[in-house]
Design a protein around this ligand. Sequence first.
Ligand code: AHR
Length: 505
Amino acid sequence: MKKYKHIVNPDKKMGHINPETQGHFSEHLGRCIYEGIYVGENSDIPNKNGMRTDVVEALKEMKLPVLRWPGGCFADEYHWMDGIGDKASRKKMINTNWGGVVEDNSFGTHEFMELCEQLGCKTYVNGNVGSGTVREMSEWVEYMTFSGVSPMADLRKKNGREEPWTVDYFGVGNESWGCGGNMLPEYYADLFRHYQTFVRNYNPEKKIKKIAVGPSDKNYNWTEVLLNKCFQGEGQFPQNYGYMNGLSLHYYTLPYDWSKKGAATGFNEKEWYMTLSKTLFMDELLTKHSAIMDRYDPEERIGLIVDEWGTWYDVEEGTNPGFLYQQNTMRDALVAGINLNLFNKHCRRVHMANIAQVVNVLQAVILTEGEQMLKTPTYHVFKMYSAHQDNELLESSIDTKQIGIEEQYMVPNLSESASVAEDGRIHITITNLSISEDYEIESNLLGREIKGVKAEIVTGKMDAHNTFEDKENVKTVPFDAVRADQDKLIYVIPACSVLHIEVEV
Ligand code: AHR
């Protein structure tokens, strides 16, 4: 069996891995918020202040670092004032983007902040540019973050919250090139400059990071025009620095295209490789958008914020097409592992990423059915990769060969990344993209004597998934087959798997 050489250089630190690169997204869409997370205080499903205890516990265990809310497309139709105060008298609205269902606004700002407090995670609130006013956005920020005496701070106190909350990230619109207003980049750039002015920083100790709407996929023109316009006048006001802390990027992995996406389960080998090759396109997107950003921001102060990514399949049969409910298999585990490795590799520019979406929507880490809950293969990968959070990325590379069925959908057989934690332990994550072939790997830690090794793996058949009848079909299990020899690790990675090795040196 050929040995694939993997080199990890513990002396070469390549950048900091922000925990937020393993972030999540929760929209008022289908059964994500309602049922999936929030069931209300009077529900029979065990909850704390309306939040499902089982889901909160599972997400905490996975170390969810940051949550984006309330959308998505929903954000540009959301009027935050409808979601505060007495629940019985909150306005009801139509969720026009997602199934035309009634939104009763029972989950609003206070509930989102309560959820994040329970999760112990950072907050990413997405504002409304598409159908909201500058005043509305400005007042929301005042309501959430101002500690003194003001109309909005007083209203918050009247609604039961004395202390302001921390808003870590604030999105100035969402997909303004599409559902957020069908704007051109020139127009949005002016709106961004305008709206963000009134996203005030009331607490200089906890400055809000402002995120501008960035491109979808390979719309490099959007990135170029937006940055160009936002950096104009910089000479006069260098402290403005493009007015932004982050620029978003949305890229979804569809096996086919938007008219026929492909099924979440029961797919064939060709569709496996199609999906993985499409997800690997993320690397090119990160590289090319970063190259444009480098010209305006060579110091890498502005983060590329991949705040929507993941697989998007045809919905499960018999479910509401507007609810985007899909199953999650080993293929999704691979998509997660590959992308999280890429975010690590690009950590100097990628400061945050939010998979879509946390519960019951698209590539979810959790699925629920009534009072039942299951963890998907993607969940197990996220939990495994949490070992990289807050580490320093290490220089690393691996030998690969191209595999696949059709020329245009060939993929490298392996993907990897490595980091070092504060305690000196090295964490390696490797994915095997082949459906059928195991590979022998020799990881060389360049002269570091290996004192201890622990490994865990998520593996299974390409279509393996968890159901409410069999919730643990796919799960993380210990992997004892890693042999240490001085500064080398030797092991065979099974087909279709995501592996994490923790090394004490
Ligand atoms: O995640 C689902 C939707 O995809 C979001 O609402 C939107 O921003 C994107 O088009």
